[in-house]
Design a protein around this ligand. Structure first.
Ligand SMILES: *Cc1c(COP(=O)(O)O)cnc(C)c1O
Length: 382
C-alpha cells in the first residue's frame, strides 16, 4: 500500500487513513472507550497512552486524517469548535494584542470581546478583505495573533491568506485561519503560509449534523502548539470516543459532500442572482461578489455550499420566507447533508450588525431542482 506522503488527502481520508487491524484484518477503526491504560511489569506504559483526557487511539486516528487533510505537522481535536477557539487564545499573556475580522462567526467574536475585557488584551476588528486595514491594525511586538475566517460568516468576505500571512509574519505575529466553510477540499491555508488552521468540525468535516467537535492543525510544532496541547490537557476540552469515531466516519465522505454542495450552490446562486424578489445573492463564486477574484485564485475546487440572500423587504418578511420553505429547514448551523435556512440577525441577537433582510443558506446534497423550486415557491408565497 502507498505511503501516507504519496497519496492525496482525498484518498487518505476515504480509507480512514489506510486503517487495517493487523490481528483481525478489520478495515474500520474501532471505538476505543477505555479512559485509562495499564502499565507493564517495569511500570512503564507500553504505548503512547496513559489517560483519556490526554490521548486515546480513536482521537489519534481522527487526528491523523485532519493532519493529512490540512497538510500540517500536528492536529488536535476538541469537544467543540469553541473549545478549540478558546484554547488558541488561552496561550496569550495579558498585554497581548489580537487582530480579527469585524464580520466573523459571532460566537468567536463574543469570546474575543470577553477576554479583551477581562485580561487586558488589545483587540482590533478590521475588514479582513482589506490587507492595508490588517497591516495598519497590527502593533509590532504586541500583536500575537491575526485571525481570519475563510470565507467569513455571513457575507462570505474573502481574505488573501498568503498576503495576510506575509503581513502577520513581518510583524512577528502568527496567522490563524478559520477554515470551517472553505474546508481543505478548496483551500489548505497552511500551504499558503498560515500557522494554525481552525475548524468547527461540527460542520462540513463531520457533515451530518450529529456531532459537536473542534479541531486545530498546525504548520509547525512550536511553543504555541505545545501550549495548546497543555491547555487541552489541563482544561479538559476533549470530545468523547463515540464523537471522535462519528467524526472519523464523516470525514471519509468530506470530498464528495463538499464538492457536491459547491456545485449545487453555484447553480442555485446563478438561478437567483437576478431574481425580482432578491436584492443580492452573496456568494464568492459569483463575479458580483467583492471577493470573487481572490476566491477564484485561492479556492481551487468550488466555493462551498454557503451563501446568503438579501431579500427585498425587512426582517419580518425574511423570517416568513425562512418558515415557508418546505425542503430548506429553518435552523442554525451549516455543512450538513440537509439544506438549512436561517435569519442570521435573529440568531446573533440584539448586538448583531448583520443586515435584517439577510437569509443564510447552507446548501446540502438534495437535488438542485428541488432546492430551486422550494425557494421559488417560498418567495412567491410570502
Ligand atoms: C460553528 C462555527 C464555529 C463554532 O464551532 P462550534 O462547533 O459550534 O463550537 C466557529 N466558526 C465557524 C465559522 C462556525 O461556523
Amino acid at each position: 500500500m502507498s505511503n501516507e506522503d504519496e497519496i492525496s488527502p482525498k484518498s487518505f481520508v476515504a480509507s480512514a487513513g489506510h486503517y487495517m487491524d493487523t490481528f483481525t484484518g478489520a478495515i474500520v477503526p474501532p471505538v476505543q472507550t477505555s479512559t485509562t491504560f495499564a502499565r507493564n511489569a517495569a511500570y512503564e506504559l507500553p504505548g503512547d497512552f496513559s489517560y483519556g483526557r490526554d490521548q486515546n487511539p480513536t482521537y489519534v486516528q481522527a487526528e491523523k486524517l485532519l493532519q493529512q487533510l490540512e497538510q500540517g505537522a500536528g492536529a488536535r481535536l476538541f469537544s467543540s469548535g469553541m473549545a478549540a477557539f478558546a484554547a488558541v487564545f488561552e496561550t496569550l499573556n495579558s498585554g497581548a494584542h489580537i487582530v480579527a475580522p469585524k464580520i466573523m462567526y459571532h460566537g468567536g467574536q463574543s469570546w474575543l470581546r470577553r477576554i479583551a475585557k477581562r485580561r487586558n488584551i488589545g483587540l482590533s476588528l478590521v475588514d479582513q478583505s482589506d490587507l492595508s486595514a490588517i497591516k495598519n491594525a497590527i502593533q509590532p511586538g504586541k500583536t500575537e495573533i491575526v485571525w481570519i475566517e475563510n470565507p467569513a460568516n455571513p457575507t462570505w468576505d474573502i481574505c488573501d491568506i498568503a498576503a495576510a500571512a506575509d503581513i502577520a509574519h513581518a510583524a512577528g505575529a502568527c496567522l490563524c485561519v478559520d477554515n470551517t466553510v472553505a474546508t481543505p477540499v478548496t483551500t489548505q491555508p497552511l500551504l499558503l503560509g498560515a500557522d494554525i488552521v481552525f475548524h468547527s468540525a461540527t460542520k462540513y468535516l463531520n457533515g451530518h449534523s450529529d456531532v459537536l467537535a473542534g479541531a486545530l492543525v498546525t504548520r509547525e510544532c512550536d511553543g504555541r502548539w505545545e501550549e495548546i496541547g497543555e491547555v487541552r490537557h489541563l482544561c479538559g476540552g476533549i470530545l468523547g470516543s463515540f464523537e471522535a469515531w462519528l467524526l472519523l466516519r464523516g470525514m471519509r465522505t468530506l470530498f464528495v459532500r463538499h464538492e457536491h454542495a459547491s456545485n449545487t450552490a453555484m447553480m442555485f446562486a446563478r438561478h437567483f442572482e437576478h431574481h425580482p424578489k432578491i436584492d443580492a445573492v452573496l456568494y464568492p463564486g459569483l463575479e458580483s461578489h467583492p471577493g470573487h477574484d481572490v476566491a477564484k485564485r485561492q479556492m481551487t475546487n468550488g466555493f462551498s455550499g454557503m451563501m446568503s440572500l438579501l431579500v427585498k423587504g425587512g426582517a419580518e418578511h425574511a423570517k416568513k420566507i425562512a418558515t415557508t420553505t418546505r425542503l430548506f429547514i429553518p435552523a442554525t448551523s451549516l455543512g450538513g447533508v440537509e439544506s438549512l435556512i436561517e435569519h442570521r440577525a435573529t440568531v446573533e441577537g440584539p448586538d448583531s450588525i448583520v443586515p435584517k433582510n439577510l437569509l443564510r443558506l447552507s446548501i446540502g446534497i438534495e437535488a438542485v431542482e428541488d432546492l430551486i423550486a422550494d425557494m421559488e415557491q417560498a418567495l412567491e408565497a410570502v
